[in-house]
Design a protein around this ligand. Structure first.
Ligand SMILES: *Cc1c(COP(=O)(O)O)cnc(C)c1O
Length: 376
C-alpha cells in the first residue's frame, strides 16, 4: 500500500525514547554481555532503518530480523554490524545471505546439508547460529542425535562459520518460572553436546533480560523493550516490574475530516450498530481496518481535542466515527494511541481492549501510515 502523505494520519515515533530504552538496557547488561537489537517486522511497526541507526549509535553489537529481506533492507541502508535472521530461510538462499554477510539460523541437520550444496557451488562461507528448540516448539534442534550429527558435519567444514547457538523462551514474561527452568535445563543439555565452538551462546529476549537476571547468555536479543513496552503485558495477568523504566515511543495520530449532527433514529456505519436516540454530534476520522485499526476497536475511546470520545458504529476499511460531546472543527487533532502510559488510550490499554498484546497492535499499523520521526 502507498503511504498516505495527503491524509492526516501518521504514526509518530520518538527516537529519543528509543535511544534511552536502548541505553538503559546496555547499562543493565551483565559484564561481557552484548545486545542485539531486534528490528524484525519493520521494528515492530516503528521503522527498521531508523531504529537500527539509533541502535548503532548507542552501541548495539548487531541486529535480529525475522526474514532475509529484512536483513537485506538494513544492508542497503549501510548498516554494517552483524545481522541474524531468526526464522528459517530456504537453503537455496544461503548464498545471498553469505554474500551480504548475513547470519542464518540452522533449524536442523537436513537444512545444513542442503545449504552446503548451494554454498559449495559458489565457494562461499555462511555465518550460522544453531537454533535449539528448548521448549518453544517452533524451530531448531530438539533431538540429541540430530544435534550431535550436525556438530560432526560442521567440524572442519569451510562452508560454515558457527557464530552462535541460541534458543527462545516461551514464558520468560510469566511469574511462574516452572517452564522457564525446564527450558534452561534442556538448553544446557544441548550445550553439553557441542563439539563445535560457537562465538556467542544466547537465550535472552527482553523478558529474560529484565525479569531473570543471572541467566547465562552472551547476547540479549532485545526487542519489545526498545520500543518502551513491557513484555509481560498479557491481558489476563498483571505486569511484572521491569528492571528499569521503559518509555513508549509510538503514538498514532489523525484529525477529524468531517463533523455533523445526526438525529434520533439515524444510524452510523455498516449495519447501523449505533443509532442515535437524540441529536448527536458525530466526527469522522480517516483511519480504518486497512491501516491495522481493526473492527474490534469499536467502543474504544480516542482523544479528540482534549476529550476522550468513543468510537461508534463499525470501523470501516478506511474511516471510523466518534461520538463528540460538542461541535468541534474539522482538523481537530485525534490521538488514537498515546505514547503516555498514564493516558487511557495508551497502547497497552488498546491491546487489552481487543484482547491481545501491544506487540500485535504495533505490528498491525500498516504501510499506508507514514512514520514521522522526532527526538525528544
Ligand atoms: C522476536 C524475538 C525476540 C525478541 O523478543 P522480545 O520479546 O520482543 O524481546 C528474541 N528472540 C527471538 C528468537 C525472537 O523471535
Amino acid at each position: 500500500m502507498v503511504p498516505g502523505y495527503h491524509r492526516p494520519a501518521v504514526v509518530k515515533v520518538n527516537l529519543g525514547a528509543i535511544r534511552r530504552n536502548l541505553e538503559n538496557e546496555i547499562k543493565h547488561l551483565a559484564p561481557g554481555q552484548k545486545m542485539l537489537a531486534v528490528v524484525k517486522a519493520n521494528a515492530y511497526g516503528h521503522g527498521a532503518v531508523e531504529v537500527a541507526k539509533v541502535a548503532t549509535e548507542v552501541g548495539a553489537a548487531g541486529f535480529c530480523v525475522a526474514i532475509l529481506d529484512e536483513a537485506l533492507q538494513l544492508r542497503r541502508a549501510d548498516i554494517v554490524k552483524p545481522i541474524l535472521v531468526l526464522g528459517v530461510v530456504s537453503p537455496e538462499y544461503a548464498p545471498i545471505a553469505a554474500v551480504n554477510d548475513v547470519s542464518l539460523t540452522v533449524p536442523n541437520l537436513e537444512w545444513l546439508k542442503e545449504a552446503e550444496k548451494y554454498l559449495a557451488k559458489e565457494n562461499l562461507q555462511l555465518k550460522i547460529h544453531l537454533g535449539i528448540d528448548s521448549g518453544m516448539g517452533r524451530i531448531g534442534f530438539s533431538e540429541d542425535e540430530d544435534f550431535i550429527a550436525a556438530n560432526k558435519f560442521l567440524e572442519n567444514n569451510d562452508h560454515f562459520f558457527v557464530e552462535g547457538m541460541f534458543a527462545h523462551f516461551a514464558s520468560a514474561d510469566s511469574a511462574d518460572e516452572t517452564y522457564f527452568k525446564h527450558q534452561c535445563e534442556k538448553f544446557n543439555h544441548m550445550k553439553s553436546l557441542l563439539t563445535v565452538k560457537p562465538k556467542w551462546i544466547h537465550v535472552d529476549n527482553t523478558a529474560a533480560s529484565i525479569f531473570h537476571e543471572g541467566i547465562k547468555s552472551d547476547l540479549v536479543r532485545f526487542g519489545i523493550g526498545i520500543y518502551g513496552l513491557n513484555p509481560s503485558s498479557n491481558p489476563d495477568s498483571p505486569d511484572l516490574n521491569p528492571a528499569f523504566k521503559l518509555e513508549p515511543a509510538l503514538s498514532f495520530e489523525s484529525e477529524l475530516t468531517h463533523v455533523k449532527t445526526i438525529h434520533k433514529g439515524d444510524g452510523v456505519g455498516y449495519g447501523s450498530t449505533f443509532v442515535a436516540d437524540k441529536d448527536t454530534i458525530i466526527g469522522t476520522v480517516p483511519v480504518g481496518y486497512a491501516d491495522g485499526w481493526i473492527r474490534k476497536f469499536q467502543g474504544f475511546k480516542v482523544k479528540v481535542g482534549d476529550k476522550y470520545c468513543p468510537i461508534v458504529g463499525r470501523i470501516c476499511m478506511d474511516q471510523f466515527m466518534v461520538k463528540l460531546p460538542e461541535k468541534m472543527p474539522v482538523g481537530t487533532k485525534v490521538v488514537i494511541i498515546s505514547n503516555n502510559p498514564a493516558d487511557p488510550n495508551n497502547i497497552k490499554a488498546a491491546a487489552d481492549y481487543v484482547d491481545t498484546i501491544h506487540y500485535e497492535v504495533a505490528c498491525l499499523l500498516g504501510d499506508r501510515l507514514p512514520r514521522v520521526y522526532y527526538e525528544k
